[in-house]
Design a protein around this ligand. Structure first.
Ligand SMILES: [Fe+2]
Ligand SMILES: [Fe+2]
Length: 591
């Protein structure tokens, strides 16, 4: 936009509205003072984003409608990086080739022909502004504007009646497509690794609330990775290259934070170190990239931050609760500092900071991380794994075996006990890592769904008048699946457990409707649609996990679960060639 030089009032309005008009200008001390009837002096300083400031001096001749003399100096971080003025600089030969048509006496002035130049969006990192020669060259392509066309355009504008909302975004950003993609690829990779890493810990988190939230967070990281992957595919990076991307430094960081000695330490690493650094990097990326040319990246990062803000807030509160409950705070602080130094040694999440010295020793070097195989519960739970049947575990029946009341309570308890399904699907995300992104993503989504089913069960028990912790928690399925090869564990939970739920849920929902049991009808309705989705997605995931055909997969799964159930005492082995039936697995292990 050109400055209006018709009179001092117009120019005052222009100068004093700079901060309001340009979001990149943070403050201005510009002062316009009249000198006689038609002259005025402008002097002051303009502060911009990115540590940039301009020192401005102008003498304006309103009779001639021009800035007669001027001096603009641009500083970054206190260091002068370029200047523009109207004086002759014959001693600076570097300016000569930029304006061959002009005489040497006007060379410097040619650098400043655009009267709007100092008010353009300044780019803190763009080298062009550090070099007066190149700046002059860019400015040498002047607009060829025909006076009558411009006047006609002005006239047409006067007839346009609408004052639409003004879009204050400006062109200009720190990144080219290549640099944008480099950063987004690192973000994608860290998100993918956090999704996998949290999955690896699902069995080993004892605290119920933390296991549930982690089930949700696995999906938040998966969805962040999906959004970044999609944007990357629009930034000259093919899906194959995105999925094949690995980074040894990030792997080292993730292996180290997974080497936490407790769930609380895990939260410190995942959320307070890496999660917080990512959220900051996303906000900086939003500020630094071009808001017009790269708007899809900004939208992508804002959507991710929508999940991050409650997730990080929850993590801070959860860690505070651990400390209040007796977890050693200095120990957590030392672990946090250790991981922060490790992250800093990689140049931060963007890889662009000056790398710091790496801390030593690393736990993950002394002992490579291996995921847990045993399902853990906190002290509020009483658990059982010697049977799959609730009445047997309880030692007495609460309701008659085939009664609706019994089926209803069994369904609700089973949902609460799907805390083991968080463990199963979360563990699969880790176990099949890097085999296929879409399968990892689908598993992450199912993990969140199972966390919801657990929440639904817990809340439904409360709504039925139970303290959920008075009802024993079934660990039979997770105990068998924990150490098992993922394809067979997946075959059990998906082909037997989830399919088994669908076999009985229609009748249950119909009966609930007939009995006006709104609670059961409501929750089972949603759970049915989730489980149908899981059975459908499971087909594709199993294909990635194994090349066995369905018959061989089912047979081997039944054999492995027979061995496990026998070892737990949940079934008696009274024949040499005995394997449990499909129905037995559906009943004793389930989802
Ligand atoms: Fe479920
Ligand atoms: Fe499910």
């Amino acid at each position: 936009m050109s400055a209006p030089l018709d009179d001092i009032a117009d120019y005052s309005a222009f100068v004093y509205a700079l901060v309001e008009r340009h979001p990149f200008v943070t403050s201005s001390t510009l002062a316009l003072a009249p000198i006689g009837a038609t002259l005025a002096k402008l002097e002051g300083r303009i502060e911009c984003q990115g540590g940039i400031h301009l020192e401005v001096w102008e003498l304006i001749d309103f009779a001639a409608r021009r800035i007669r003399t001027y001096s603009y100096e641009v500083y970054r971080g206190g260091e002068k990086i370029c200047w523009y003025d109207s004086w002759q600089h014959p001693e600076i030969l570097a300016l000569a080739p930029t304006c061959p048509a002009l005489d040497r006496g006007r060379i410097a002035e040619r650098c400043c022909l655009s009267d709007a130049l100092p008010f353009r969006a300044m780019n803190a990192d763009e080298p062009a502004h550090q070099n007066p020669t190149r700046t002059a060259s860019q400015e040498s392509i002047s607009a060829v504007s025909f006076a009558e066309d411009r006047a006609a355009a002005q006239e047409r504008k006067k007839t346009y009646p609408y004052q639409f909302p003004r879009d204050s975004r400006q062109l200009g950003g720190k990144f080219c497509v290549e640099e944008n993609a480099r950063r987004l690829l690192r973000f994608f990779y860290i998100e993918r690794r956090l999704m996998q890493g949290l999955g690896a810990w699902t069995l080993s988190i004892p605290e119920f609330e933390v296991k549930l939230e982690t089930g949700r967070h696995i999906f938040y990281h998966a969805d962040a990775a999906r959004l970044l992957r999609e944007r990357l595919s629009e930034q000259e990076t093919g899906l194959k290259a995105i999925d094949a991307f690995r980074d040894a430094g990030i792997d080292r960081l993730v292996e180290e934070l997974l080497s936490a000695t407790s769930a609380c330490e895990l939260l410190v690493g995942v959320h307070q170190v890496v999660g917080r650094a990512l959220a900051t990097a996303y906000r900086h990326h939003i500020d630094d990239t071009d808001p017009v040319t790269d708007a899809p990246t900004i939208r992508c990062l804002r959507r991710i931050l929508g999940d991050y803000e409650p997730m990080l807030e929850w993590a801070d509160k959860a860690i505070a609760a651990y400390v209040q409950g007796g977890v050693d705070e200095p120990g957590l602080a030392a672990w946090r500092w250790h991981l922060q130094r490790l992250l800093a040694s990689l140049g931060g999440v963007t890889g662009s900071d000056t790398p710091a010295e790496a801390p030593a020793p690393l736990r993950s070097v002394a002992k490579p991380f291996a995921r847990g195989t045993v399902p853990l519960r906190d002290c509020r739970f009483e658990t059982f794994k010697n049977t799959g049947d609730y009445d047997t575990a309880d030692g007495q029946a609460r309701f008659p075996q085939e009664s609706y009341e019994n089926l209803r309570l069994r369904f609700i308890r089973t949902q609460r006990d799907e805390v083991d399904a968080i463990e199963a699907f979360g563990t699969f995300v880790w176990d099949i890592r890097f085999k296929d992104f879409q399968s990892e993503y689908n598993l992450a989504r199912i993990t969140w769904d199972e966390a919801r089913h657990t929440e639904i069960g817990h809340r439904a028990l409360l709504a039925c008048g139970y303290d959920p912790f008075e009802l024993k928690n079934r660990l039979t399925g997770s105990t068998c699946r924990g150490p098992m090869e993922p394809a067979f564990a997946m075959a059990e939970i998906n082909l037997f457990g989830e399919v088994g739920v669908l076999k009985t849920i229609n009748d249950l929902i119909d009966t609930a409707a007939q009995r006006h049991d709104a609670l059961l009808h409501h929750i089972a309705d949603f759970i049915r649609s989730d489980e149908r989705t899981h059975v459908r997605k499971g087909q594709g995931i199993l294909k990635v996990m194994t090349e066995l055909d369905s018959k061989a997969l089912e047979t081997r799964t039944r054999e492995l679960f027979t061995e496990c159930l026998v070892s737990l005492g949940a079934v008696k082995k009274d024949m040499d060639l005995f394997t449990v039936s499909r129905d037995d697995i559906e009943r004793l292990v389930g989802e």
